[in-house]
Structure formats: C-alpha cells, structure tokens
Design a protein. Sequence first.
Lengths: 123, 234
Amino acid sequence: MEQISLAHIALITGILLILIGLWGILSQKNIIKIIIGFSLFDTGTHIIMVSIGYLTGKTAPILDEAVNLKNAANEIVDPVPQALVLTAIVIGLGITALMLAYVLRLYQRRKTLEINNYNDLKW
Amino acid sequence: MFKKVFIFIVLTGFALILFKSYSALNPEQGLNEVATRYAEKGPDEVGAANLVGAVLVTYRGLDTLGEVAILFLSASIIGFFLKVKLEDEKAPRKVRKTSEILATASKIITPVIFLFGIYVFINGHLTPGGGFQGGAIIASGLVLMLLANPVKKVNHSIISVVESISGFSFVILGITGIFLAGGFLDNDFISLGEFGKLFSAGAIPIIYIFIGLKVGSELSGIVSNLQETQKEEI
C-alpha cells in the first residue's frame, strides 16, 4: 500500500473536524454545543490551511542555523498560510468569546439554552 | 425526519467538496512564486529570521492591523454587552475558598507566565512566536490569577490605557514608515542591524511589542469582563 504523506493525514483530520463541527451546528439543540461546533469548524479550517502550505521534508520558515540562507527557498515550507492561520486563531478566539457573551445574556434573560425556545426571528 | 435528511445532504455535499481538495493536494511541489520571493528577498529586505513574523508584520502588515481592529471590536462589544447590570439579580453566589496549592502556586507561577509572554513577543522576529502568542500567554496568566482568587477585581482602567496606547503606537509606527521608508508599516526606518540578533529587523520588534501588549490587554479584558458577570463571594 502506498504510504500516506503527513500533509494528507493533516488534511483528512481537518476535513473530518469541519464535518463534525458542521454536524454539531446543524443538529444540536443546546446553544453552547452549537458554539463548540463553530469552534471545531474553525480548528478544521486552520489545519487544512496549514496542511496546504506543507511541503514534504522541508523545515519551518525560520531562518536560523538549520537553514542555508542562500538556498532558503528550497528548504522551508510556505510561510504565508502559517501567518494567515496565526491571525485566524486569534480572531476565532475573539469571536468565540463574543458568542459566549451573547449566550450568557440570553440565558440571564430567558433562563434557557434550548435553541428552539428562541423563535423571535423565525418566519 | 425531513430535517435529518437535509442535514445528511448538506454534510455529504460538504464532504464531496472538501475531498476534491484532498485529491488535488500535492505536497511534493516547491514553493509558489510569492513564498519564494519572501524566502529569497526577506532576509535582506526585512531582516527578520522568523519569516512568518516578516510576512505578518511587514509584507502583510495591513492585514494584521485589520485583525487587531477586529479583536478590539469583539473585546469592546463584549465589554459593552456585559456591562449592563441586572437589577433583580439574586444574592451573590457563595464560592468555596480556593485550595492552598492553587493559591500559593499562582503567586509564584503568574509572574513567570507574564515574563514568558514578554519573552515570546520580544523575540518574535527570531524564534517561533510573536505578538499574538505572547499576548495570549499573558492573558492565560491573568486567568490563573482569577482562578486562584475568584473575588478579585481587575483594574479596567489600566487595561484600557495599555490597549489604547499600544494600538495608537502601532498606527503611528505604520505612518512613520510612509515618511521615512518605503510605505505603510515598512520597518526600514530603523537600521536593520545584524541578521539573527535581538536588535535587528528594524521596527518589527517594536511593532510586535505593541501587538503583544494590545492582544494581551484585550484578551485580559474579555476574561475579566466575563468573570465580573457572576456575583461571587467567599
């Protein structure tokens, strides 16, 4: 059997995390669990982005003793997706905290976390 | 029943789209054009050993500014949203006193965590790390402090002063780049120094320090705002 590369394993993990997260968002009734679904979806996209920038056998994009400066372009993985994911993780954290703050307020007002009890916007 | 079928259809559709990218992924190919340029010209143009940091602060610095703005927005919405005190709230919840181990350990560990966070963002241009990671570490130190002492009140004015000053300085440094160097957020107006040393890479360490302080104070603000919504007493 052909060996699966590291990037493919990471990609599969990311895809599975996205699907689990989407399933959680669509099927769960508890708002906290829906937020956990969003969080999983987030993590899945991060793993997919990093795995797309990965190159087999290359090292991290940090130019220290491990990398020959003259030949750096052939020895490192892609730094751009990593920089994007770095910002995305922090944004994800902020958005998760924002959603949790909304839920806290909703719970204090209505004393329920069941999504079916919030039908004000339903049409 | 209809809902379950609908969820199943959506999930399979998503899975099909994503597995297309699985077959298209080819990790054997080299860097693309943009990344090759960053790797070849980066050390001379920017002088940062950490190429991720160079991309984040200089090449794509505008994105980082926008990202910090989003974080600021979410932090301030949380602060605004949780500020409203409910009048008819019941009496404060009695909490157990924290254990001796946690209370003592947090006194020793919290300063070390803060120091480590500062180390991570000062060395952001040389080693893996940078402003965002350092800021998150600082906020985690605050979480430990609040876990050890749940009735503690965090001083919000210090947090907002640090946050405003660092955000303002970030933009000022970016504008300085327009006048003294190549463009907005260009780091070249301070000498690039010797590659791989602490005092190198022009303005990147300074910008990273401000990003670290800003992210740290914003996340600390979120944590302490969430903590203050619960009335607790020992």
